[in-house]
Design a protein around this ligand. Structure first.
Ligand code: FBP
Length: 281
């Protein structure tokens, strides 16, 4: 018989992923991680309830937030919306060199009290603070797993030596290394950067050896189709979906973008067709 915890982990993962094994998750930790200026393109979304209500109504599979935002907007979630609570972050007000560390801002118990289905934490692989973030992740993951909660690692390669050795943090070898490190540290889901091509992203997925890999959205693209194309490539590469913030909340009406993304993620629809169907073209 399986231990109780492994049943809990499987059931909770199922609240994010549909039968196809894919998920579209809305990210909203930006007010903390980048500052409220990220909401200026659609300022009413600075109110968590307003944006969460819109994304839930559009059919999003899951949401990722920090604890205080769950307290404000958690009641807007449907019973089957997966809730990922992230326990680490950093502000951009810190001295630049200290921005290579994400600190723990709440505890596994807080996420559980808020009704979390998964617990998330970032590791900047390659950072001078890698050691502290590894330990932080290990403590969170070990405790969450004991209690039957899946753990999501935002595996972001980031640090001075990366650029010296590989040229840039988006080099597929670096992203692949981070994804592998996330899998080896026991993550149940991995969120990471786009590598620039389907072929290279497929290698990231392979390196994760069965742990689902989701794209970390990135800055809002000039045209909505550009972003849909990117997510389409991720799906074609074997990725399990995307965790998207700015490309959703920096639009006054995020519903067409979410619905088009759902078409791409869950129906493999051609990005231009999906955009047309939702009135984005
Ligand atoms: P985006 O889709 O807006 O990129 O959101 C995903 C995310 O990982 C957020 O969770 C986080 O706040 C942000 O990106 C981190 O961005 P950065 O690359 O600037 O650290």
């Amino acid at each position: 018989m399986e231990p109780y915890q492994s049943i809990g982990i499987k059931r909770r993962l199922g609240r994010f992923f549909r039968r196809d094994g894919r998920a579209l998750i809305f990210a909203m930790d930006h007010g903390f991680e980048h500052g409220p200026t990220d909401f200026e393109p659609a300022w009413e979304h600075v109110d968590p309830k307003t944006i969460i209500r819109k994304v839930v109504r559009a059919g999003i599979d899951g949401v990722m937030m920090l604890p205080g935002i769950v307290r404000m907007a958690g009641t807007e979630l449907k019973a089957d919306t997966g809730l990922m609570v992230k326990l680490t972050s950093k502000t951009e007000l810190r001295p630049k060199e200290e921005q290579l560390m994400q600190s723990q801002l709440a505890f596994v118990e807080d996420a559980i009290k808020l009704g979390a289905d998964a617990i998330a934490a970032t590791v900047y692989w390659g950072s001078p603070a890698e050691d502290a973030m590894m330990r932080q992740f290990a403590e969170i993951a070990s405790y969450a797993h004991d209690l039957g909660f899946p753990v999501v690692q935002f595996a972001y390669p980031r640090g001075p030596y990366i650029n010296e050795k590989y040229g840039k943090k988006e080099d597929y070898r670096v992203v692949m290394y981070g994804a592998r490190a996330a899998a080896e540290t026991g993550a149940d889901m991995i969120k990471t950067y786009w590598t620039g091509s389907r072929e290279t992203f497929a290698k990231v997925v392979e390196a994760a050896a069965g742990v689902p890999v989701l794209l970390s959205g990135g800055a809002k693209t000039e045209s909505p189709v550009d972003f849909l194309k990117l997510v389409w490539e991720v799906i074609e590469a074997g990725g399990a979906g995307a965790v998207v913030g700015r490309n959703i909340f920096q639009r006054e009406d995020p519903a067409p973008m979410i619905k088009a993304l759902l078409r791409v993620v869950h129906r493999n629809e051609d990005p231009e067709e999906a955009a047309k169907a939702e009135g984005l073209l």
